[in-house]
Design a protein around this ligand. Structure first.
Ligand SMILES: [Zn+2]
Length: 412
């Protein structure tokens, strides 16, 4: 029976060698043409500042990040300046929006994927790439936001998750550290944000009598996945592992092992305690194995324990079966987000099978079956749901040794 969420994967699996062919020659022109097409969709930026809302997830800031990523790819070097100038134009509009409209909205000022922190981080990257002196001012604006997310309960809806909470703020700081080669926050700022995450998780777990030492909720739901859940919060704590006290490091490992025990046939339900029903199973970056894989990958890199790598490999097998999603080409709940798991596994194992699998998923994006059967996009330039994320994936497929899910690196 056809699944309502994914296309059947009819590709033969890897048979020991990659197909011969000029992969780069086909992909580079497609990437360049798609960027052109996305740029033509940009709404007018003058006056209508609303176009600059939406943050990195769905707004123009995400597109600016894609252009920055493209500008760093040697195979696209001739267009580097064009891409960076376009990125600056977009991110300037987003910064203006934050400075003129963002202030009253306390809920999204320190937000990574839906607000100010993500906008300032990407603005700093673009300005640094262009050699513009205002780069320091933008980093300063980013740094100031650390005060907003310091109180344990700074948001009513939940203060710790990735899109608007503290895990997101730490994730943005990690992106800056990786791309700029220096720490933006002071050790004291990092420690106090990690402490607030730990405190918040301990308090919630005690109050709600949870079997896990650290637990969180977002709008009343105890999410497990990368989008709003436990896995990306723990991933960020692991990313700043050396800033944690030994007793807190131990709580993080206990929580990771608790999450590992919640696995149901290589997947996780969106919410703690749910049973996965096969017909409505979510195999997305946002909810499910393709996003939770990054936590176990990070856990493996730090601990070198094989059970974490084995868990990642199972996530990859499920994604090969069920990852040709009908919700579009994007990275949040689309085909590119699935394919990024294979690029992750390639970097962890060096096994060419995963290059093969990511190439087949890329190929599927160009089929009539995909075009006819996938859901229409609300906006094609969105980094998470639209083609900006797909472009990032196809660029990463050209340079798999550096590939990483956009703004979500475990190799820092
Ligand atoms: Zn999603």
């Amino acid at each position: 029976m056809e699944s309502k969420r994914c296309f059947a994967n009819r590709f033969d699996d890897y048979a020991g060698s990659l197909p011969a062919g000029q992969h780069h020659e086909a992909v580079v022109p497609w990437v360049a043409a798609t960027i052109e097409r996305i740029l033509q969709q940009v709404p007018p930026l003058e006056g209508g500042l609303a176009a600059a809302a939406g943050g990195l997830y769905g707004g123009l800031a995400g597109m600016a990040y894609m252009l920055y990523h493209a500008a760093r790819c040697p195979l696209l070097a001739p267009a580097r300046d064009t891409y960076l100038r376009a990125a600056r134009r977009l991110i300037d509009a987003c910064v203006r929006y934050e400075e003129e409209w963002g202030e009253p909205d306390a809920d999204t000022r320190a937000a990574f994927l839906l607000g100010g922190a993500g906008v300032y981080a990407v603005a700093a990257l673009v300005y640094q790439a262009l050699g513009l002196p205002d780069f320091g001012r933008l980093l300063g604006r980013f740094r100031e936001l650390s005060q907003i997310c310091a109180p344990v309960t700074f948001l009513e809806c939940g203060s710790d998750e990735l899109f608007v909470g503290r895990a997101g703020y730490l994730c943005a700081a990690l992106v800056l550290k990786q791309k700029l080669g220096m720490e933006t926050l002071t050790p004291g700022q990092i420690r106090s944000i990690c402490q607030a995450i730990l405190e918040s998780g301990k308090q919630y777990a005690v109050k709600k009598r949870k079997p896990c030492p650290l637990m969180y909720s977002y709008y009343g739901t105890e999410y497990l996945g990368a989008a709003h859940g436990l896995s990306s919060i723990l991933q960020m704590l692991l990313s700043y592992y050396e800033y944690l006290q030994p007793a807190d490091q131990e709580l993080v490992w206990q929580s990771i092992d608790f999450l590992m025990d919640q696995e149901q046939n290589s997947n996780w339900p969106p919410e703690l305690g749910e049973t996965i029903k096969r017909e409505s199973e979510l195999v997305h970056w946002c909810h499910g194995a393709p996003g939770i894989a990054y936590l176990f990958a990070k856990a493996y890199l730090i601990s070198k324990k094989p059970q974490y790598l084995d868990t990642c490999i199972r996530c990859g097998e499920l994604t090969w079966q069920k990852g040709l999603l009908k919700k579009g080409p994007g990275i949040c709940h689309g085909v590119a987000g699935s394919a990024y798991v294979f690029l992750l596994l390639y970097r962890l194992t060096g096994n060419s099978k995963y290059i093969y699998r990511s190439q087949r998923f890329a190929e599927f994006l160009f089929t009539e079956e995909f075009k006819a059967g996938s859901r229409a996009l609300e906006n094609i330039y969105s980094l998470y749901e639209g083609f900006s994320g797909t472009v990032c994936f196809l660029i990463d497929l050209l340079q798999p040794n550096q590939a990483e899910f956009p703004l979500f690196s475990i190799f820092v």
